[in-house]
Design a protein around this ligand. Structure first.
Ligand code: HPA
Length: 234
């Protein structure tokens, strides 16, 4: 049985799935980090693989950009393939002046300008948290990997290009660390189904200074986050 967006056979995904936004990043992770990876999905070019890391079966699947896309894949993985742990691996813009390019953010909760979780929660404001056990594992393995990790709230936005000049100061004042586009959807669907979700982000833009990663910096930054994510999951 496949789903509308995943052509994988039943059982083709491991119970743990790493979710980069970019399907080519999923292929890169499968080729460079996993043992014995086989392709399990290519519907709509959203590449997915299953292999193992330190002997533990792990899948990696692109989530696409934005909450609707991420939510489609997370829902189908959980409901149709029985996935129990989902870890988003992505990039984000820094909202705090002391959070610099290349630093890692562990999202513990996600605020959003999307109505998605409000609709899930009968019009009230729902604060979707990350899974604690997964956060703890990521925090534990970050240091031996030579990374400093900032943990805290992030902002999941529907709009990459916002024209509201008041938004950045507001997000900064409310103590949110970084802006990205998927975590609130992923955490919401995970909590609702009693499965565990997490989100590990590499700062690729500083919104205050306008500084941004070069292509090689992006590669290096994501390699560190990938290693930490896989060590945490294995
Ligand atoms: N906004 C939203 N998502 C992002 C950004 C950003 O500035 N940088 C990386 N992902």
């Amino acid at each position: 049985m496949s789903t509308p967006h995943l052509g994988a056979e039943p059982g083709a995904f491991a119970d743990t799935v790493l979710l980069p936004g970019d399907p080519l990043r999923a292929r890169h992770i499968a080729e460079q980090f996993l043992d014995g990876a086989v392709e399990v999905n290519r519907v709509r070019g959203m590449l997915g693989y299953t292999g193992s890391y330190r002997g533990r079966p792990i899948s990696v699947l692109g989530s696409g950009m934005g909450m609707p896309s991420c939510l489609i894949y997370a829902t189908e993985l959980i409901r149709a393939y029985g996935v129990r742990r989902l870890l988003r691996l992505g990039t984000a813009g820094s909202l705090q002046r002391d959070l610099k390019l290349g630093e890692l953010v562990l999202a513990t909760a996600a605020s959003t300008d999307s109505s998605l979780n409000r609709r899930r929660f009968d019009g009230m404001d729902y604060a979707p948290p990350a899974g604690f056990a997964l956060c703890r594992r990521i925090a534990e393995v970050a240091e031996p990997n030579g990374a400093t990790l900032r943990a805290g709230g992030v902002f999941s936005t529907d709009r990459f290009y916002s024209d509201d000049p008041a938004l950045l100061p507001l997000l900064e004042r409310m103590g949110l660390l970084a802006v990205e586009m998927e975590a609130a959807a992923l955490f919401g669907i995970a909590v609702e189904h009693g499965v565990e979700a997490g989100c590990l982000l590499t700062i690729s833009d500083e919104l205050h200074s306008g500084q941004r990663f070069s292509a090689s910096q992006r590669e290096e930054g994501l390699a560190l986050a990938t290693r930490i994510a896989l060590d945490a999951l294995a």
